[in-house]
Design a protein. Structure first.
Length: 276
């Protein structure tokens, strides 16, 4: 009888120890999407294409896309846009060296390894991204217009500036007034509120979707499906007069086969590998 009691006590004690050990060793796992995304690093480096900046999603309705006061009809009506997921966006535009390392050739009209790649069609950009995704195992793509504008405006840290990071275009942009009519290496001007460079000026940037007419209704993750393919950000040879494509809110639609010396791309990364 004593042996049975002793054996039962030992088993019970061992079970208790195992239970405590298992509970104590288990890491705390984020349970909500907000917790998961909050755990992502603010900056994420990818050897092939540089540093990416986390853009935390807005679900409160603080982000107003478009501008009812603009003289450009395609920027109205202003409307609330929300996002179902946070994302990363390139701190800099894709350079010619980065492009060449993936594609094996450089299509740029204005050449320089550290200059933004230029003279690329929409399909060129998507082919580059396909090869990059295969090589890295990550999911890159072009940003939608909404994702681009939200990041350019500073995301949840936005101060509502006209240009990406300032109301003074010279602080943040290479444009006709200061570029000497040439492309410049990225990251030399002031960054915006999130730490992203050159979303105003230097090369204009392809977006994933099309320059579809806005609607006044609130939207989540909007994707334009009609019209020209959206191009954002202005160019090194743009002026601040007239339509002023350097503004964060400015939109331009182009044919997908368009390619120019002042047109390049910036990448969006859907999530870091550590979060997968």
């Amino acid at each position: 009888m004593k042996r049975h009691l002793l054996y039962a006590s030992i088993v019970a004690f061992a079970t208790l120890l195992c239970s405590c050990s298992t509970t104590g060793d288990q890491p705390s796992t984020p349970q909500t999407q907000d917790e998961i995304e909050a755990a992502w690093p603010n900056l994420y480096d990818v050897a092939e294409v540089g540093t990416f900046v986390k853009v935390m999603r807005d679900t409160t309705g603080m982000f107003i896309m478009g501008d009812d006061n603009s003289t450009e009809a395609n920027e109205a009506p202003a409307h609330v846009v929300k996002f179902s997921k946070s994302y990363y966006i390139g701190m800099l535009e894709v350079t010619q060296a980065q492009w060449t390392a993936i594609m094996g050739s450089n299509p740029s009209d204005i050449k320089g390894d550290n200059l933004p790649v230029n003279n690329i069609k929409y399909s060129d950009a998507t082919k580059f991204i396909e090869k990059l995704n295969e090589k890295t195992g990550l999911v890159f793509r072009l940003p939608t217009e909404a994702e681009w504008e939200y990041a350019a405006m500073g995301g949840k840290l936005s101060q509502g500036y006209t240009y990406s990071g300032s109301n003074n275009v010279d602080e943040v942009a290479w444009y006709a007034g200061n570029s000497n009519d040439n492309l410049q290496p990225g990251g030399l001007k002031k960054a915006n509120e999130l730490g992203i460079y050159d979303m105003t000026g230097n090369v204009a940037e392809w977006c994933q979707d099309r320059c579809t007419a806005y609607k006044a209704t609130e939207q989540t993750d909007p994707v334009g499906k009609t019209g020209g393919y959206a191009v954002r950000g202005g160019r090194f040879d743009d002026t601040t007069n007239g339509t002023n494509y350097l503004r964060c809110k400015a939109r331009l639609g182009m044919e997908k086969n368009s390619k120019f010396y002042n047109l390049g791309l910036r990448l969006l990364l859907e999530e870091p590998k550590t979060a997968q």
